[in-house]
Design a protein around this ligand. Structure first.
Ligand code: ADP
Length: 500
């Protein structure tokens, strides 16, 4: 089978695939039936010593094998055909015109009917050559009725029952009338039974009742199963539709998010310039370069200046996020020595720590491999973590910054003996604008927008690393505080290419 054909097999509708599978089952079962006829004939003549000519039975078994070979090829040719799902336009047409069947389904059903018809004739002939109405194997017609009701349309099952009774009645009638010879099963059946009307009628009546009862029961059961199957298929189809809808909603959300980011970037840019101008005028006034100012005016201007600074920091955070999301980090990547970055970040926060009497201990290995990174961004990560540690640690507390050289990555830990993070806040602490529930809201020093950690996460992930927090953490000497850890991949080539 060519690649294209096997692809087509996969792309059939479930009903097409099921019908083709059923034809295959018919063919396989018929091989067993051929062997069964041969063995039963042999056992009857040789084993039980029933005297009749076995030759016609072997010939019929041979004919069944022959037509089964042809049916096998027919089923195979159907298998090789391209399913409807390869052609969505055909499917749409079929759906629009409410055509439930596809050409393959129509053909598979026709083939199935041919299979059953041939089998009924073959069984009738087998019976005729092995005792006719006297042969107890005549109840094998039940099997055909069951197969038709399971695999084909339910009307076919009743049709099979009717045709089977008619065929047997025909054989029995012709033998009774002496139009065709009767094969006597010597040593098994009472001679002349085929001439007794009551016997013939009672056999035909019991066969009819069994076949119709079988047709009724098996079509009811298989109808129920088909109904369930259809429900499952409908459900699957609805699920697919829902998935498609969600995909579209997701696409729209991504578009809206991009739109929002663009708006935030533009708005932040436009706000930054006038705010920076206000800040510089405030600096000029506070520096006394625009003339003397009264003490009360100074205090007011200082408060204005602080608020403007906070606003400028917030805007710069927003702009950072937008830049990181647009992949600007990859342009800043270069071979970097982490120890230098850490040292510079430390220098920037030293004054802030000294103000609160906080001691910062640093532990960095003497030799560290160079990594591919964006130094200003890494510094931003260290700075955010260190300044948070200082902010959320009471006076006279302690902070540790530790760098470890791992197999695949470098690990940086920032630990403090501060207020820690409540367990319920931990899962959301790296989200945009999220602030811990234990942060004192009134205190000026802790005024923040909740963007610092989300920036840290974005930067670390853009470097192929991970960041997480433990609070409290096991090594803490006070049993409280937070420990932030981030990793940096030692081999960033893959990430580089992706971002570019
Ligand atoms: P901000 O500090 O501006 O609020 P961040 O994103 O930097 O925003 O931090 C988010 C929250 O995480 C903070 O509001 C605080 O609740 C918590 N947090 C961060 N670092 C620490 C720390 N070292 N100790 C205790 N809480 C912290």
């Amino acid at each position: 089978m060519s690649a294209e054909q096997s692809q087509a097999t996969i792309e059939r509708t479930p009903e097409e695939a099921a019908l083709i599978r059923r034809l295959r089952i018919f063919v396989n079962m018929r091989w067993i039936a051929v062997a069964g006829v041969a063995v039963a004939t042999l056992v009857a003549t040789e084993g039980f010593g029933i005297r009749f000519s076995p030759l016609p039975l072997y010939v019929i078994a041979g004919c069944i094998a022959l037509y089964n070979g042809l049916l096998f090829l027919q089923a195979k040719s159907l298998e090789a055909e391209t399913g409807e799902t390869r052609f969505p336009e055909r499917q749409r047409y079929r759906a629009a015109h409410q055509l439930p069947t596809t050409p393959i389904i129509v053909r598979a059903r026709q083939y199935g009917n041919i299979h059953i018809a041939l089998d009924l004739v073959a069984l009738s002939l087998l019976l005729h050559f092995s005792g006719g109405i006297e042969n107890p194997f005549l109840f094998y017609f039940v099997l055909h009725t069951i197969l038709a009701s399971i695999f084909l349309h339910y009307v076919v099952a009743y049709g099979v029952a009717t045709v089977a009774i008619s065929l047997l009645a025909l054989v029995a009638g012709l033998e009774y009338a002496g139009i065709i010879p009767h094969v006597n099963l010597e040593g098994f059946a009472i001679p002349g039974l085929y001439k007794q009307e009551t016997y013939i009628l009672s056999v035909l009546a019991s066969l009819a009742s069994i076949l119709y009862a079988t047709a009724y029961m098996s079509t009811a059961i298989s109808g129920e199963l088909r109904k369930r199957q259809r429900e499952v298929l409908d459900l699957r189809e609805r699920e697919l539709e829902e998935a498609k809808r969600l995909e579209e909603v997701n696409k729209r959300l991504i578009e809206l998010n991009t739109e929002k980011s663009r708006f935030v970037t533009v708005a932040s840019h436009d706000l930054k310039a006038p705010l920076a101008a206000i800040q510089s005028y405030l600096d000029v006034m506070l520096g006394g370069f625009a003339g003397e100012i009264a003490e009360r005016q100074r205090r007011m201007l200082e408060r204005c200046s602080e608020r403007v600074k906070e606003l400028l920091n917030f805007i710069s955070d927003l702009l950072d996020i937008s830049r990181i999301e647009r992949g600007f980090i990859s342009q800043e990547m270069k071979p970097t020595i982490l120890a230098q970055v850490v040292q510079e970040a430390l220098e920037s926060v030293r004054g802030m720590a000294e103000e609160k009497g906080i001691e910062i201990c640093i532990e960095v290995p003497d030799t560290l491999p160079q990594i591919q990174a964006a130094p200003p961004r890494l510094q931003q990560v260290c700075l955010n973590l260190l300044s948070n540690a200082i902010t959320y640690t009471p006076e006279k507390g302690q902070i540790w910054l530790k760098v470890e050289d791992g197999d695949q990555c470098l690990r940086v830990h920032v630990m403090d003996t501060g207020i820690g993070i409540p367990a319920q806040d931990l899962p959301r602490i790296f989200e945009d604008f999220y602030r811990g529930s234990n942060v004192p809201k009134t205190e000026d020093r802790t005024k923040g927008a909740g963007l610092g950690l989300s920036i840290v996460k974005r930067i670390v992930e853009a470097h192929g690393g991970e960041v997480w927090v433990e609070s409290p953490y096991p090594e803490s000497p006070t049993g409280q505080g937070s420990k932030f850890t981030f990793t940096l991949s030692k081999n960033l080539s893959g990430i580089d290419k992706e971002e570019e």
